[in-house]
Design a protein around this ligand. Structure first.
Ligand code: BF8
Length: 652
């Protein structure tokens, strides 16, 4: 029998700098009280944040303060350090070109294209890891996964033109995964899922020349253009940004979502709980953090392993409590109802509850500082991806082929760490909030009786004025969760349905908006709809790759009405975005015809031409544009006006 793998220590354990701690713990109590309210709206986070400031344990907000004021050239996007002729900054009126001759427009657009390509690469590589897992399953190279949704496997095989008759699910899995992996290169020169978009939308892409030719191909093409001496025209750079983002939304991310559903089950409406209080003082607490369910799904199975639960009892715990964080938490919440601890800015706070035995991470949105925070407690940070080893963490080289044994070894390490917990330092604040989640496109359709017609009828009748996808992150530039929650409340008040993913959905969950009772915050018409369907006015549609579900939902409604997506009364919003992935999401929303309002200004102000193209010029090209509005109440007005304009356009 194969042996459980052993962890490898990635460099030395990091300790929090004693000087930092001494300096920070000198904060006076009144200042701590003020700061905790300024930093977050998450009531369960406040006592932990308070404790961290009193004890001088550094957080993202402290580092943010230490970085102020920001470099104004970087903030405007007009600094460039891509090559060693520089670094360069554009400082009018004299320094208006970098050493290579690039002006502000080129530098800004080159930086932005880099961000889009980085985000698209992250989502799409995640999708590839999942497609590879399906391939390994299909070819018998891993026994640690099974096909949970055979109906979806058949449906997507048919969509890909794969003959299904007489083939086993495993054969189909291998064929489908092979066809998807082909789309990463350029053998096919198109992506199958683009055909899900309405004809009118696809025609816009073809006319503009932004139909993606391959997932990796567009990312590599973009990286080629940001090389000095290639891209010289800011318009050309930004148009390639749109094509790259489409290869993410309708390509890599959509593959990630659909194959995750095949492997782990298409989400159905379910209930769970959210916030830091889902930790249990008498259990071994293990949090999975990151994005890829290939790891977290096996952790769910390992948490039920009788050998490990017996071990937990032996160490005096009442059991193992596996909880989620950020998007891998969303994946588990959507499919398995696993409780969720919090979003991006909660990741250090969960450690400071003193009740976390292990934080098991894969990749994306993981602060490299986590081992420093953990060094103040007994928590072990366990990294699992060779792409994302973290100094100060224990590393297990996790692969689909060794998945279960590795998950068991990780879980064993966490359980054995329970004895090191100091009960005197445990602070689990308040009570968890109930949430309803699992609103995949299929689940929404089922809830509506098997077709989107009832939803379309409600929109036509004006009971639902429109729908908005609120997505994206937390960002210390914005009070934690404030942008998400205020925007959602303002929109539902105006009878606009919200569909959410990522950290936005978690913010709403913690604020109680993912409960059917939240219908009381909605306008009369939307409240009536929610009450009759027994659903919340804010629907949790999954993780960030699951923004592809929002695209599919929009496409299905547009196809039913026989109009392009840009004619629908819908919008997108990212009130607290920080990540390159979010830039890619925003770009594919806009490229797909969805007006999108950002709450944080991208680093583009140094090129008025770029700002004008993104906020105005794109309306001619893709019939949608970006807007930036930091005040979520004002953003709700912009969105509501846009929705009413689209309703008028449709004659409803
Ligand atoms: O992919 S919403 S902070 S956790 S990037 Fe990250 Fe942003 Fe959260 Fe998920 Ni998405």
């Amino acid at each position: 029998m194969a042996e459980e793998p052993k962890p490898q220590l990635i460099r030395e354990k990091l300790d929090v700098c004693e000087l930092d701690r001494a300096r920070m713990s000198l904060l006076n109590p009144a200042l701590i009280e003020q700061k905790k309210h300024e930093r977050t709206t998450d009531e369960n986070a406040k006592p932990v944040l308070d404790l961290m400031m009193r004890e001088g344990i550094e957080t993202v907000w402290d580092r943010f303060e230490m970085q102020q004021p920001p470099c104004k050239h970087c903030e405007a996007g007009t600094s460039c350090s891509r090559c060693t002729m520089g670094p360069c900054r554009i400082i009018p009126p004299h320094r208006i070109r970098g050493v290579c001759g690039a002006d502000a427009d080129l530098i800004v657009s080159r930086n932005l294209l880099d961000m889009i390509a980085t985000g698209a690469a992250a989502h799409s590589d995640h999708g590839r890891d999942i497609a590879e897992t399906l391939y390994l399953l299909g070819t018998g190279k891993t026994k640690d996964y099974e096909i949970a949704d055979k109906e979806k496997l058949l449906r997507i095989c048919t969509e890909y033109g794969i003959k299904t008759d007489g083939k086993t699910p495993e054969q189909l899995a291998a064929e489908l995964a092979g066809a998807m992996l082909d789309e990463y290169g350029m053998r096919k020169n198109t992506l199958q899922f683009l055909n899900r978009a309405p004809k009118g939308t696809r025609e816009i892409w073809d006319t503009l020349g932004i139909s993606p030719r391959g997932i990796d191909r567009e990312v590599v093409d973009s990286m080629h253009r940001v090389q000095m001496g290639v891209g010289a025209d800011y318009v050309n750079m930004l148009i390639q940004g749109l094509r790259t983002s489409l290869s993410d939304g309708w390509g890599g991310s959509m593959i990630g979502t659909e194959v995750s559903d095949i492997l782990f089950g298409t989400p159905t409406i379910s209930s769970s709980k959210m916030n830091l209080a889902v930790l249990k003082s008498d259990h071994v607490n293990i949090s999975v953090h990151g994005h890829n369910p290939v790891l977290s799904e096996v952790m769910v199975r390992a948490a039920d392993d009788p050998e490990l639960t017996a071990l937990a009892l032996k160490y005096g715990a009442k059991g193992i409590n596996l909880v989620g964080m950020c998007c891998t938490g969303n994946e588990l919440l959507m499919r398995k109802g696993i409780p969720m601890t919090g979003n991006h800015l909660n990741q250090e706070l969960i450690i400071a509850t003193g009740a976390l035995e292990a934080m098991v991470v894969d990749y994306q949105c993981i602060f490299p500082s986590l081992p420093r925070t953990a060094s103040c407690y007994h928590t072990q940070i366990i990294s699992t991806s060779s792409k994302a080893t973290i100094p100060g963490s224990f590393f297990f080289d996790f692969h689909a082929e060794n998945a279960y044994l590795t998950a068991k070894a990780i879980m064993r390490m966490a359980v054995e760490n329970f004895k090191n917990r100091n009960p005197q330092r445990v602070l689990i604040p308040g009570e968890p909030v109930p949430v309803m989640a699992g609103f995949s496109t299929e689940a929404i359709k089922n809830a509506l009786g098997g077709s989107f017609k009832p939803l379309i009828d409600l929109i036509v009748a004006g009971k639902i004025r429109g729908a908005v996808g609120i997505v994206g992150c937390n960002n210390p530039h914005v009070k934690h969760d404030f942008g998400h929650v205020v925007l959602a409340k303002e929109l539902i008040k105006r009878n606009i349905l919200c569909v959410e993913t990522g950290c936005a959905a978690i913010a709403s969950g913690k604020a109680g908006l993912l409960r059917p009772e939240a219908a009381s915050h909605a306008g009369d018409d939307l409240r009536g709809v929610c009450e009759s369907l027994k659903i919340p006015p804010v629907l949790h549609m999954g993780s960030c790759v699951d923004n592809s579900r929002i695209l599919v939902l929009a496409a299905e409604i547009a196809n039913a009405l026989n109009v392009p997506i840009h004619k629908l009364p819908i919008a997108g919003a990212a009130p607290e975005w920080y990540s390159q992935k979010a830039v890619s999401i925003g770009a594919y929303f806009v490229a797909s015809g969805v007006y999108t309002v950002l709450g944080v200004m991208p680093h583009i102000a140094g090129s008025p031409a770029t700002v004008s193209l993104l906020t105005e010029g794109l309306k001619d090209a893709v019939k949608a544009s970006f807007a930036v509005e930091p005040d979520p109440a004002k953003a709700a007005v912009l969105i509501s006006d846009h929705i009413e304009l689209k309703r008028t356009g449709l004659g409803i």
